[in-house]
Structure formats: structure tokens, C-alpha cells
Write a protein that binds this ligand. Structure first.
Ligand SMILES: Cc1cc2nc3c(=O)[nH]c(=O)nc-3n(C[C@H](O)[C@H](O)[C@H](O)COP(=O)(O)OP(=O)(O)OC[C@H]3O[C@@H](n4cnc5c(N)ncnc54)[C@H](O)[C@@H]3O)c2cc1C
Length: 657
């Protein structure tokens, strides 16, 4: 059933061959073809801008008041590209290899290679747009390292890379809006995909200000709607991020792949109490220079600065000498959990480890003193100079930490703990980014993507922009070339009417429950179940319990949720209820997927399957596939397997030692 449409030929030539032979649409026909782009984060804004530039008639939707507020804006650390500006041994192949290995051999070779190839174009595109990437003194673009690599290939704009990239994509998008090629619908939420004769032909969207439902036709529909990490309630995602668009597509027949593959990021500000609704990321870039440690003694009560060097356990450097503090996120997260579970955690909750900049401050200070010819600089001078360098590199992240915790990270080590950050799972797509519904595409974090079971840092921005700027402009033409004879469908067509009616009835049903519990309380309970039983570590027993608990929660939600306000007005509680209802269904599928996968790989750690030293133990013989689920009705899914074939890279036990 699953045809991934990977082109034949050598891996390095596949994309070139594809581009040389895919169908094209001539400019006059492009003007007649309408494309709906749902989502205007990095993936959607770059896609909408590129398709507008090509001449298609584009309608773009987002639920925020401006594309500028998409979750992408939160990305801090950077974006990877195989430019090899550092001359440190990088290449397209190495980026490809690192990504496949980092994903624990659960991603498609052809897609990942294409991603590595176009990574270099992304940087050129963004520089041309004026994205202010950090530069060396001589003017060259600067790079830093992220986890799972031994080269410096991460381009960055201080701690605001996502924001700067989004401004670039946004201005490209706005240019097309001004030219009339793209019509922008902000504060609109897509609530249904409309299918006619099996093809995606439009969407039902709700105007979030008036509450009105709208019908929109498109010859093709692109979902660029981001990830679903908020299913866990607490995550580093923007509060509005949700699964609804992808979930509607799933219920309409689009397969949902690897839903249980969640990325837990090792460097987040720890949970401080029950009142919290959001977690904050401290960028992975901080692991370039920061050292992670816990005390060697159990029940340590001294302050971090009073614990001597020999009584500190730099556990990542100890366990993984080759990569040290820059092991991939799944490995670093599990190692932190292991130390905390063993009783070595720090802070009042004991659910935290230290991220320490003292050594980096001193190192940078000495370099600065050397540069200035200060041979006998005092320790104070060195530290002061080092702090300035660190401020230059990471100042906004340090400020953010200080504001949230009230502690000064220049003086005391930060306390960090893993948190939900990214979802590798998502809608299944083929090489052309098309879902199992013809004409329906998924881009960016919304698709199951190139990251396998674990994404390497700085690869999401790369993938989102690769999809939007460089992949979809080709692959959509291959589909739309056959649509030039198909006239637009009137939105009075019965399929639109039926879809709109279904959306209206669901909203009315939600509003009519008039129960006693808030939407938020259900979301929080769902998050706790999924985090406890399908989070950083899972086991069969817990997953079975979680499935039963989520099913019960769903029942309770649909009989006792209370949504204040009215339908035809701005009603954020209603918006959220719609999303939480979908999260509950997704939560069940995540647990089913995690239970099915009797192995550990990347972000999916089944306690029953681990090596003697606690590393993830894969079962390539039985699980080297993309688990893609077909919705068959309430609590009922059918599994389809896309076998993964490794023709160039030989899968092995991941080793960062
Ligand atoms: C704190 C943080 C820091 C990060 N830092 C980095 C980093 O340094 N490097 C890196 O590579 N990655 C990073 N990531 C990951 C990266 O930011 C995201 O994976 C990426 O930005 C997702 O982009 P996207 O375009 O797919 O989705 P998003 O940016 O989430 O955009 C989704 C869009 O879809 C719209 N939408 C969603 N549902 C609907 C609907 N039903 N109807 C209408 N519109 C809808 C939204 O309005 C929005 O416009 C970070 C993530 C977080 C949380």
C-alpha cells in the first residue's frame, strides 16, 4: 500500500534525476491552479512564498494574528548546512550520515540525502534575503556545533535563529501577498480536509474572531502545521501548537507515522511546580561550551560552587568521551534521567543536573587576555573578559535563564532537566511530501520527516525550509501538471457542504456538553498520563494502562467538559477544546504505537529493551520500518509498515563513546 516513490539510481543522483524528469506546469497554467497552504511557520511561509513566486494562486492560513507569531520564531540555536566553511571535514555525505545515525536508523536514506544536499542552498537563500547570521571577524559566516556531530556546521543568529529565518520567509511571503499571488488568512483555523473523488480539494476553516465557518477550494492542500509536542501538556512548544490539522487529515485517510517518536530535549529549565503550563528550552548551543555534571556524593547539600572538582561527575564526558557534552539529545536526556533516578539530581526537586559555564568563562578569558597581550592578567580580569565573550555568544539565553529562575548563570551553574521538545512522528509522506491522500501534502514538523527516531539539533529548521523552498516547488508540479484540466470546484459542492456540516455539528456538540471541568484540566491530565507512561521511558505494562486511561479520559471529556462563551464570537476556550479533543485521540495512538514497537530506538526507549550499559537496543530484524497507522474508527487503527532499506549506510549499534 505504501509507495514511497523513491527515484531509482544512485543515492547522490536521485534528487537530480527527479528534478530533471518531473513534470512541469507552464506559467499560464500555474495562474489557473489554486494551492492552499495551511500554516505559515518556516515550512509554510517558505512554501507559500515559493509557490506564489512561481505563479500559483495561493491561499495561506494560520491561527495566529500574524505569520510572524508561528512557533518557528522560538527556535534559538541554529540551522545545519553542509557548507564546510570550517574546513573541519564536513560534507553532504557526512551530514547525511550523521542524520541517519542520529535518527537511530529509522529514516529513509533518499530523503535524508536530499535534505543534506539542499542544506547548502538554504543558507544562500537566507543570506540573500538578508538573514543576519553570525559572522566571524573577517566577515565569513560563523558556525557552532550541535549534538551528534564532530564538525561545526550550525549557522546561527545569536539565540534567535528561528526568528531571523522567519522574518526572511515572512518578508518573502508578504511580497507575494502584496503582488496578489498569495492571499493571507490569519486567525483562521483549519478544521477539516475536503475530499472529492479521493483527492484533497479544499478545507473548512473557522474564522477565530467571528466564529464563522468558511469553505475554501484548492487543487492541492499543503499542511505545514507544526508538531504535536503539546499532547504532553508541558513542553517547550508554543502554547498554541497542536495536532488538529494533521489529525483531521488522518481521520480522512492520511496515514500517521511513528506517533510515539518524541524528542525529549536535555537542556530545559526544570519544572518548578504544579502551577506550570509551559516549559522553557535552554538552547542546545549551550552544550558547545557548558559542561554538564552532578555531584559524585549522594545527598549532597553543598552549593555547586563549593563542590570541588574531584567530587563532580561530568557524566557525559565520562560515559561518552568521543562526543562528551555533545552527544545527541536522546542520549543526553536519558543520561540525565539515569543520574537523577539514581539520586544524584540537584536542586530542591532533585530532578535537575548542572550546566556549568565556569570553565568556558575562564578559557575564553585567557584567550582574550592573550589577544590583548595581558601576560599577567589577574583571575578577576580573566573572568571578567571571559564573561564578556560568553555574553556575546549566549547573552540572550543567559538573560532568559536569569529572568525565569532568579539566578545568575554567569555566577552559578544553570540547573536543567529534559523536557518534551519536538515530535519526529507525523503524517506519512512519500518522497514528494504527498500524504496517502492524493493532493494533500505535509511539510515541516507536521510530516514524519527525515529525523527517524531522534532528531539532531538544528535539523528541524533545515528540514522545514528544505521542504518549503526547495522540495515542494518541484514535487507539487509533478502532481499539478495533471490537474490543469480540472476546473476549480464550487464550494457549494456537496462534499464541501457535508464537511462544513460535520465541523458545525462537532462544535455544537462540544458547546452543548456544559459539564463541570475545564478544558485545561483535561489537557493536564492527558499530559500526565502520556509523560508518565509514554515519555522518556516506556514499558508494556505502563502503555497498556495508559491506553485504558486515555480511553476513559476521552469518555469523561465528551460528557463533562465545560466551555464558556458562545460559538459565534472569539472563544479561545472553544478553540482549545477542539484541539484537546484531538490530542486525546492522538495520545491513544501514541501509546498503541509505542506498545507495538518492541525495541528501543532514539527517542523511543522501552525499558525492556536496553543494552547492559543502559543504551537503546534496536531490533532491526523485526522493526526496521516506519509504523504508519490507518484510522479505522473509534479506538481502531490498522498498522502499515514501510520497510526501510539501507543501501549505503550499514546500520550498527549507535556509539558515541
Ligand atoms: C523552544 C524551541 C527552540 C527550537 N530551536 C530550534 C533550533 O535552534 N534549530 C532547529 O532546527 N529547530 C529548533 N526547534 C524546532 C523548530 O523550531 C520547529 O520544529 C520548526 O520551527 C517547526 O516549523 P513548522 O513550520 O513545521 O511549524 P510551526 O512553526 O509550528 O508553524 C505551524 C503553523 O501552522 C499553523 N497552524 C497549525 N495548525 C493550524 C490549523 N489547524 N489551521 C491553521 N493554521 C494552523 C500555525 O498557525 C503556524 O503558522 C526549536 C523548537 C522549540 C520549541
Amino acid at each position: 500500500m505504501l509507495n514511497s516513490k523513491i527515484p531509482a539510481g544512485n543515492l547522490e543522483k536521485k534528487w537530480e534525476e527527479y528534478k530533471g524528469h518531473c513534470k512541469l506546469v507552464n506559467p499560464a497554467n500555474k495562474r489557473k491552479l489554486e494551492v492552499i497552504v495551511v500554516g505559515t511557520g518556516l515550512a509554510g511561509a517558505s512554501a507559500a512564498a515559493s509557490l506564489g513566486e512561481l505563479g500559483y494562486k495561493v491561499k495561506a492560513f494560520c491561527f495566529q494574528d500574524s505569520p510572524r507569531r508561528a512557533h518557528s520564531i522560538a527556535a534559538q540555536g541554529g540551522i545545519n548546512a553542509a557548507k564546510n566553511y570550517q574546513n573541519d571535514g564536513d560534507s553532504v555525505f557526512r551530514l547525511f550520515y550523521d542524520t541517519i545515525k542520529g535518527g537511530d536508523y529509522r529514516a529513509r536514506e533518499a530523503n535524508v540525502h536530499r535534505l543534506a544536499e539542499v542544506s547548502v542552498n538554504i543558507i544562500d537563500q537566507c543570506v540573500a534575503q538578508g538573514v543576519p547570521f553570525a559572522r566571524e571577524y573577517g566577515g565569513l559566516l560563523s558556525n557552532r556545533s550541535f549534538g551528534g556531530t564532530q564538525v561545526q556546521r550550525t549557522f546561527y543568529a545569536a539565540g534567535q535563529t528561528g526568528q531571523q529565518l522567519l522574518i526572511g520567509a515572512y518578508q518573502a511571503l508578504e511580497r507575494q501577498v502584496a503582488l496578489g499571488n498569495v492571499k493571507m488568512y490569519s486567525r483562521h483555523e483549519m478544521l477539516e480536509v475536503v475530499k472529492i473523488d479521493g483527492k484533497a480539494r479544499g478545507i473548512i476553516a473557522r474564522d477565530l474572531v467571528s466564529g464563522n465557518l468558511e469553505k475554501h477550494f484548492g487543487h492541492a492542500v499543503l499542511l505545514c502545521t507544526g508538531g504535536y509536542g503539546n499532547v504532553f501538556y508541558l513542553s517547550t512548544n508554543a502554547m498554541g501548537s497542536n495536532v488538529t490539522a494533521a489529525w483531521k487529515a488522518h481521520r480522512q485517510g492520511a496515514l500517521f507515522s511513528n506517533p510515539c517518536f518524541t524528542q525529549i530535549h536535555p537542556t530545559c529549565i526544570p519544572v518548578s511546580g504544579d502551577h506550570q503550563s509551559k516549559l522553557t528550552l535552554m538552547s542546545e548551543s549551550l552544550r558547545n561550551d557548558g559542561r554538564i555534571w552532578v555531584p559524585k556524593n549522594l545527598n549532597e547539600t553543598r552549593k555547586a560552587v563549593d563542590i570541588p572538582e574531584e567530587e563532580r561527575d561530568y557524566y557525559l564526558e565520562r560515559r561518552y568521551p568521543a562526543f562528551g557534552n555533545l552527544v545527541p539529545r536522546d542520549v543526553a536526556s536519558r543520561a540525565a534521567k539515569e543520574r537523577c533516578d539514581a539520586g544524584y539530581g540537584v536542586g530542591t526537586s532533585k530532578q535537575a543536573v548542572y550546566l556549568d559555564y565556569a570553565a568556558a568563562i575562564e578559557r575564553y578569558g585567557k584567550i582574550e587576555a592573550g589577544k590583548q597581550g595581558l601576560e599577567n592578567a589577574s583571575k578577576e580580569t580573566i573572568i571578567a573578559m571571559g564573561k564578556e565573550v560568553v555574553k556575546e555568544k549566549y547573552g540572550n539565553l543567559f538573560d532568559m535563564y536569569a529572568k525565569i529562575t532568579g539566578e545568575d548563570p554567569y555566577e552559578v551553574p544553570m540547573r536543567i532537566y529534559p523536557a518534551v521538545h519536538y515530535t519526529m512522528g507525523g503524517l506519512w509522506v512519500d518522497y514528494e511530501l504527498q500524504t496517502t491522500i492524493p493532493g494533500l501534502y505535509a511539510l515541516g514538523e507536521a510530516n514524519f520527516s527525515e529525523h527517524g527516531a531522534n532528531r539532531l539539533g538544528a535539523s528541524a529548521l533545515m528540514q522545514g525550509l528544505a521542504d518549503g523552498y526547495f522540495v515542494i516547488p518541484y514535487t507539487i508540479g509533478n502532481y499539478l501538471a495533471d490537474e490543469i484540466y480540472s476546473k476549480g470546484v464550487d464550494t457549494n459542492h456537496p462534499a464541501f457542504e457535508e464537511a462544513e456540516k460535520a465541523v458545525r455539528e462537532r462544535i455544537e456538540k462540544l458547546m452543548s456538553i456544559k459539564g463541570t471541568q475545564t478544558v485545561e484540566s483535561f489537557h493536564k491530565r492527558l499530559g500526565k498520563i502520556i509523560w508518565d507512561k509514554c515519555g522518556m521511558a516506556r514499558n508494556a505494562e505502563g502503555l497498556k494502562q495508559a491506553i485504558a486511561e486515555v480511553q476513559a479520559l476521552k469518555k469523561e471529556f465528551w460528557s463533562d467538559v465545560r466551555i464558556p462563551g458562545e460559538i459565534n464570537e472569539m472563544n479561545p476556550e472553544l478553540d482549545k477544546a477542539n484541539r484537546v479533543a484531538d490530542f486525546i485521540e492522538l495520545g491513544e495512538l501514541m501509546c498503541i504505537d509505542a506498545l507495538n514497537r518492541n525495541e528501543s530506538c532514539g527517542g523511543h526507549f522501552r525499558e525492556e529493551y536496553q543494552t547492559e550499559d543502559g543504551e537503546a537496543l534496536r531490533d532491526d530484524e523485526n522493526f526496521m520500518y516506519v509504523a504508519s497507522w490507518e484510522f479505522k474508527g473509534e479506538h481502531n487503527w490498522e498498522l502499515h509498515k514501510e520497510e526501510l532499506k539501507y543501501e549505503v549506510i550499514k546500520p550498527s549499534q549507535r556509539n558515541y563513546k
